[in-house]
Design a protein around this ligand. Structure first.
Ligand code: HEM
Length: 423
């Protein structure tokens, strides 16, 4: 092993054949050391992922450029290989990829995004505050009788699920299946099981989820309700703007993008605070710092490490390297957000960091449409945990925690805590 513990397994040149090192336990528990190494030794480098060449970008300025410059495109028709070959994480999703905004370019993207963006403005999202507070209050009741509780399973998951389901208008009785369906859809670990097995699991989950959404859409078309799904149906039925597939794809994207990421951020952020008690203490005394702290937590231990794939629409000069047209590009925001060229003392969690232009919600036209909702949920969830449980401690050593095997999303399986301290 090299000095940072990982590079041997991390592809460092074109001749290194694979990404499996990225799924090793060591890498997943601390990817930042490897990303530092990659950024220092070649921030724009060509690697192979599952045999397919991909450019891995790890420095701040270059990652920002990939996300904001229109020479990097998304439309799968421009991809050099079929989508599931380019990204094993998308296997089984072919039918929907390209039908929703994440894989569209302007002007198609602009049209799709306009349909949802109105629902997510900070002002509209504020209307959800009382509902989020009620959900959090209800969940915290379980904490009082317990010596130990899993913050992910018993707190972050029900918050993430309830809020996005309330917003879309998915009836309470039908919510329990969502996590079962969404987890296989966001896991991209092609090393643990065969990719065929993984794709099969994903196809089943996707079929069940899209069948369910299709039926719900038919129901809401007959009897509209005051929610986002009905609004999207109307936008389509009104002047034919969204096809049936686009409608299901949009609902799927919102459910998946809006659920796992928020759940993971709440877990990651609490882990960071429990392992930096001075920072947690600072926030207890100064709750006005919480909004800024959420930005710092997204930077420091965010839930999206790598943005969705881009393709060069023409040859691009990036960080002194020439990328030919039609090549796949991965923007590693988790590496950019710890780039010392952009952030002073980047490995330090500093909830009072004055300037924080992190890329944890992306940048450019695909900047996270749900960011105002994610911020509101995290502020309430983390603010209440800090306020009500001043003695909360991690109930297991940090190295025993296990992370989801995904290179793009970062999140814990469980986060056992002692709400009243270990005593
Ligand atoms: C896009 C992060 C929560 C919906 C993105 C992107 C990032 C991101 C990095 C850009 C992806 C890319 O450029 O490839 C996060 C994080 C969240 C979060 C860290 C929570 C902490 C949410 C929520 C929703 C949502 C709550 C919706 C309810 C979306 C959608 C897009 C997106 C629809 C695609 C936007 C487009 O392509 O124009 N998110 N997200 N996200 N996010 Fe989020």
């Amino acid at each position: 092993k090299g000095a940072v513990g990982l590079p041997e397994e991390v592809p460092v040149s074109e001749s290194d054949s694979a990404l499996p090192g990225f799924y090793s336990r060591e890498f997943v528990s601390n990817p930042y050391a490897a990303y530092d190494y990659l950024r220092r030794t070649g921030p724009v480098r060509r690697i192979h992922r599952a045999g397919v060449p991909v450019w891995l970008v790890t420095s701040y300025d270059e990652v920002r450029l990939v996300l904001t410059d229109q020479r990097f495109v998304k439309e799968p028709a421009r991809w050099p290989v079929p989508i599931e070959e380019a990204d094993p994480g998308l296997g089984g999703l072919r039918h929907f990829v390209g039908k929703h905004l994440l894989y569209a370019d302007p002007p198609h993207h602009t049209r799709l995004r306009r349909l949802v963006s109105k629902a997510f403005t900070p002002r509209r999202v504020t209307e959800f505050e009382p509902m989020i507070r009620t959900v959090v209050d209800e969940l915290l009741k379980q904490f009082d009788e317990r010596d130990e509780i899993d913050l992910v399973g018993w707190f972050a998951v029900p918050i993430g699920t309830t809020v996005i389901c309330e917003m879309l208008g998915i009836p309470a009785a039908e919510r329990k299946d969502f996590r079962r369906w969404s987890l296989p859809l966001v896991s991209d670990d092609e090393s643990a099981r065969s990719s065929a097995e993984l794709a099969a699991g994903r196809r089943v989950a996707l079929a069940q989820l899209s069948d369910y959404l299709g039926a719900l859409i038919r129901q809401k078309r007959a009897r509209p309700t005051p929610d986002l799904l009905s609004a999207l149906i109307e936008a389509r039925d009104g002047d034919g703007r969204l096809s049936e597939t686009e409608l299901v794809a949009m609902a799927l994207l919102l459910l998946i993008a809006g659920h796992e990421t928020t759940v993971n951020l709440i877990g990651n952020a609490m882990l960071a605070l429990l392992t930096h008690p001075d920072q947690a203490e600072l926030l207890r005394g100064r709750p006005d710092l919480i909004p800024g702290a959420i930005e710092e937590l997204v930077r420091y231990e965010g839930s999206v490490m790598i943005c969705s794939l881009r393709v060069t629409g023409e040859p691009v000069e990036l960080g002194g390297v020439r990328i030919p047209e039609g090549e796949l590009v991965m923007a590693v925001v988790a590496a950019a957000d710890r780039d010392p060229a952009r952030f002073a003392d980047p490995q330090r969690l500093d909830v009072t960091r004055p300037s924080n232009p992190h890329l944890g919600f992306g940048a450019g036209v695909h900047y996270c449409v749900g960011a105002p909702l994610a911020r509101l949920q995290s502020r309430i969830a983390i603010g209440e945990l800090l306020r009500r449980y001043p003695r909360m401690e991690l109930a297991v050593p940090r190295h025993e925690l296990s992370w989801h095997p995904s290179i793009s999303l970062r999140g814990l399986h469980t986060l056992p805590v002692a709400p009243h301290g270990l005593g």
